[in-house]
Design a protein around this ligand. Structure first.
Ligand SMILES: [Zn+2]
Length: 515
């Protein structure tokens, strides 16, 4: 277990420290200063110290978890604990090393998840929309992409016999997980049905196919060892009904059942698609493929928590760490964990689900800190930000999802005399919805109530009308603990996060690659 205890850090007891007592005791909360004992791997001269083999490298991506999402998530999580909220810290905010990360793609000022995740896992910044392909190949150009593949950290470890895992609440073929094990000229080529005929004819393979063929097409590798997420429709033919929703079918046009092919590829493999099967597959050291929804897994706020439902991100993280530890017999392993739906909630201007999924990611990170030693590098970051804002002068402890109330509890009003919320977006679908509601109301604005804005499906206000809220281009933060963590500092290009992980794994990466 890592040498700090999150429970201690969010203790409610006021400390004797003057600043703390003055600032926070009136509100009933006070935060102890974290006392980290994790060894820094960087010497005073900035040289990387010889750290030997780490226990593991675990990379957590909050998809779309920009700085405002972390701040709001911290307040929201704190308020769920009965605190005012602002004084709270998420588990990863207590890590000792932090950097700001520049997220632009080689061709975009405001990036997408494909180019950004490719940068993090290959060390090469590239275009928006492509998965672990060099920027020389235009998006969607199969021929240019063939031969422009850039090796990922997961591939480099797999060909050297190390164990790896990928976990996401999005489809497992989505941009963030997909960038680890596939090379695709277009992030949307999740199954053969999503690909142009010409691309398939030119020899490009869909992303699901690349995942199940990973061992066969990567000499020396036994395949990604733990694979947990959504998106099973991309693995089944369009003639086969879904295991959970009989009115739905798979999506593949080539008639292939990729789960059956994956199971036949090696001994001791297990495929699961609900919580009961997932729990039965825990323990032991066989490879596991879990696909819990035809498309993305549910938002954590909506998740079916029964045996026939789907596991939480924390449960999947725990499962993957246990498996990878058991398979690795002391050798370092790599695990990638994505909270994939923070992004989707933001795209829908729905702060409530974005907050709940941020809390779910925080729980997964916390679980990992409990399970791993000081000799594991944990890195938590986002691929990009969203246009999400926290504003309007709410008083301390004001409910994060609520209407803004000022220092004396008075309802704050805008220039039109209307109440407004703390959270909002620069753009998105709510702008058009609000305009339509106003038109129906004889041109007058709809007066918001606390009940309206705290409803789970409420869409926060946005300014520029769009079909879907967009990403944002400001820096995201990165948080690190463990060997090599001290290299996470200052303002970093996003692709340099690759070097932080590769440096710690340098001994492993010096091993000869298999054939
Ligand atoms: Zn997005």
């Amino acid at each position: 277990m890592m040498s700090f205890n999150v429970a201690n850090l969010i203790g409610r007891k006021p400390l004797s420290g003057l600043g703390c007592a003055l600032a926070l005791t009136a509100l009933g909360g006070c935060v102890e200063t974290p006392n980290f004992s994790a060894e820094s791997a960087v010497t005073a001269t900035g040289q990387l110290a010889s750290v030997g083999a780490p226990e593991a490298v675990v990379l957590f991506i909050g998809d779309g978890m920009g700085v405002s999402t972390v701040t709001a998530g911290r307040i929201y999580a704190g308020q769920k604990l009965g605190l005012a909220g602002e004084e709270h810290l998420l588990s990863f905010e207590q890590f000792p090393d932090v950097a700001l990360v520049k997220t632009y793609n080689t061709d975009m000022q405001v990036p997408d998840s494909a180019g950004t995740m490719s940068a993090i896992v290959t060390g090469i910044k590239t275009r928006a929309g492509v998965l672990s392909i060099a920027p020389s190949a235009p998006r969607g150009d199969c021929k240019a992409a063939l031969g422009a593949e850039v090796e990922t950290l997961m591939e480099a470890l797999e060909v050297r016999g190390f164990k790896t895992g990928v976990v996401s609440t999005a489809t497992i073929t989505h941009a963030t997980p997909g960038a680890n094990y596939s090379h695709s000229a277009d992030r949307n080529w999740e199954s053969d049905a999503d690909m142009p005929e010409a691309a398939r004819a030119a020899g490009c393979r869909d992303i699901a196919q690349q995942l199940v063929e990973f061992a066969a097409s990567t000499p020396g590798s036994d395949g990604v060892d733990v694979i947990l997420g959504g998106g099973r429709a991309h693995f089944f033919p369009d003639s086969v009904p879904d295991s959970e929703y009989p009115d739905k079918t798979g999506k593949r046009r080539d008639g292939r059942d990729l789960t059956a092919e994956w199971l036949a590829g090696a001994d001791n493999r297990t495929y699961v698609w609900n919580t009961e099967q997932f729990e039965a597959a825990a323990g032991g050291s066989g490879q596991v493929l879990g696909l819990f929804e035809p498309s993305h897994m549910q938002f954590d706020a909506d998740r079916n928590t029964t045996a026939t439902g789907e596991p939480s991100l924390a449960a999947m993280t725990e499962f993957a760490i246990n498996k990878l530890k058991a398979m690795s017999s002391g050798k370092p392993f790599l695990l990638i964990v994505e909270g994939g739906r923070i992004d989707h909630a933001h795209h829908g201007n729905n702060a409530y689900r974005a907050m709940e999924d941020t809390v779910a990611l925080d729980a997964a990170v916390h679980r990992a800190t409990e399970m791993l030693s000081d000799n594991a590098l944990l890195l938590v970051t986002a691929d990009h930000s969203h246009t999400f804002t926290i504003s309007g002068y709410p008083k301390r402890g004001n409910p994060l999802l609520g209407l803004v109330r000022g220092p004396d509890g008075e309802l704050m009003k805008d220039l039109n005399g209307q109440p407004y919320t703390t959270l909002g977006y620069a753009n998105g679908s709510s702008a058009a919805a609000e305009a339509a509601a106003r038109a129906k109301n004889g041109g007058k604005p709809i007066t918001l109530t606390d009940e309206m804005v705290q409803a789970p499906n409420y869409q926060q206000t946005s300014s520029v009308p769009m079909r879907s809220e967009t990403h944002a281009g400001e820096d995201v933060s990165a948080y690190a603990i463990g060997p090599g963590a001290a290299a996470v500092r200052g303002v970093m290009e996003q692709n340099r996060l690759y070097n932080v992980m590769a440096d710690v794994l340098s001994e492993a990466l010096r091993q000869p690659a298999g054939r």
